[in-house]
Design a protein around this ligand. Structure first.
Ligand SMILES: NC(=O)c1ccc[n+]([C@@H]2O[C@H](COP(=O)([O-])OP(=O)(O)OC[C@H]3O[C@@H](n4cnc5c(N)ncnc54)[C@H](O)[C@@H]3O)[C@@H](O)[C@H]2O)c1
Length: 350
């Protein structure tokens, strides 16, 4: 068995640069090629990370026979196309979420992955966080009793990615904060509840601030973008009913006049005998007069929380990744139903 997976990195904006850092750090993979339509950005990234080849057309990268896998960090509307092309070229794929902008394209990707005998994993890396692993172990041990509700939220006061970039244009992103932030905490809630069987959703979305140019992240992004192109939600909320009778409430905001200085991001799962929350992992059980702050067991293996390391190890060792593709597909269907429900003002069956 080879000890390093030879990877190409497609898209070297903010997320792709993070992929390159992780690839440089993990002993299980190495970056051998880069592709980005922004040729100078690709060249500079290859110089910085000592990656021998860079291309402005990702299809040229896919033609390279020594590239065994690709990590994909391009704007959302390109996810399914690039991943499908990579599968066609026989590559394993680590893809930034969401799978696609439309659920039907995500379905095509899932179908193609099933036939391909290649690993396709979405970078839903919070599942690998040591606190998530601990919370899941407590749930598996039965500490919560019967789980009946989860609350998932990621609420930023001012965190809209560059207004006018692909992030804030629906035809390029598929949606705003619910896809960018909500997706990750919803995934954690369903992962902890071990239940992806959704019956219906009732949702709302608002885009009150970004359209006025309010609430932008203060970090400068790479591409200067035309101002005020903003037709996605900067706040979204949903009540999700599971076939099991469980429920999940989800809230996500890129921006909002939020007065609470507490946790920006969290998941809580309620059971008949206890409750667990992230982040950090806390458990309340037995009596209701206090919670236990849990200490995740002392250092897990190096790189254990890095999803690129995990992906590479799974490919090399023929293991199933911690993020099954069928669960990512279900997540996509739920998010599409949320968008449909918000637009129609009605409950939507999933
Ligand atoms: N920024 C983050 O912190 C972050 C975190 C997690 C996930 N993500 C996800 O990663 C993906 C990329 O986000 P980002 O913030 O890096 O965006 P970005 O705009 O910073 O970078 C996207 C890059 O893709 C390149 N690109 C566009 N079309 C291309 C094509 N056809 N072929 C090759 N390259 C192409 C662009 O030139 C750019 O360099 C998104 O799906 C996003 O949701 C981003």
């Amino acid at each position: 068995m080879a000890d390093k997976l030879r990877c190409g990195v497609i898209g070297v904006g903010a997320a792709g640069m993070d992929h390159l850092s992780r690839l440089a750090a993990t002993p299980r993979a190495t970056a051998v090629a880069i592709a980005d339509t922004h040729a100078r950005r690709a060249r500079e990234a290859s110089e910085r990370f000592h990656v021998p080849r860079s291309y402005s057309d990702y299809r040229e990268l896919l033609d390279q026979p020594d590239v065994e896998a690709v990590t994909v960090a391009v704007p959302n509307h390109l996810h399914a196309t690039v991943a499908l092309d990579a599968l066609k070229a026989g590559k394993h794929v680590l893809l930034e979420p969401p799978m696609a902008v439309r659920a039907r394209d995500a379905q095509r990707l899932a179908d193609s992955a099933r036939k391909s005998r290649r690993t396709v994993m979405l970078a839903q890396g919070l599942r690998l966080h040591r606190h998530t692993v601990l919370a899941r172990a407590l749930i598996d041990r039965g500490d919560l009793g019967e789980m009946y509700h989860a609350r998932a939220f990621w609420l930023r006061r001012a965190g809209i990615p560059k207004i006018g970039s692909w992030y804030t244009q629906k035809h390029l992103s598929g949606g705003g904060c619910l896809l960018d932030l909500g997706l990750h905490v919803l995934d954690l809630a369903l992962h902890l509840m071990k239940d992806f069987e959704v019956k219906s959703v009732s949702a709302v979305q608002h885009g009150k601030l970004g359209a006025r140019g309010v609430g932008e992240l203060d970090t400068a992004r790479a591409d200067p973008a035309p101002a005020r192109l903003f037709d996605v939600e900067d706040f979204g909320a949903a009540l999700i009913r599971m076939k099991s009778g469980r429920t999940v409430s989800l809230e996500a905001a890129w921006a909002g006049f939020l007065t609470d200085d507490g946790r920006e991001q969290g998941v809580e799962v309620l059971g008949t005998h206890g409750g667990v929350s992230l982040f950090p992992a806390r458990l309340l059980r037995g009596m209701m007069d206090g919670w236990e702050m849990l200490q995740p067991s002392a250092p897990r293996a190096p790189h254990a929380e890095d999803c690129i390391h995990h992906f590479a190890a799974c490919v090399l060792e023929g293991r199933k990744p911690i993020v099954p593709l069928d669960q990512s597909l279900r997540l996509q269907h739920i998010l599409e139903a949320i968008s449909t429900s918000a637009a129609s003002g009605k409950d939507v069956l999933v």
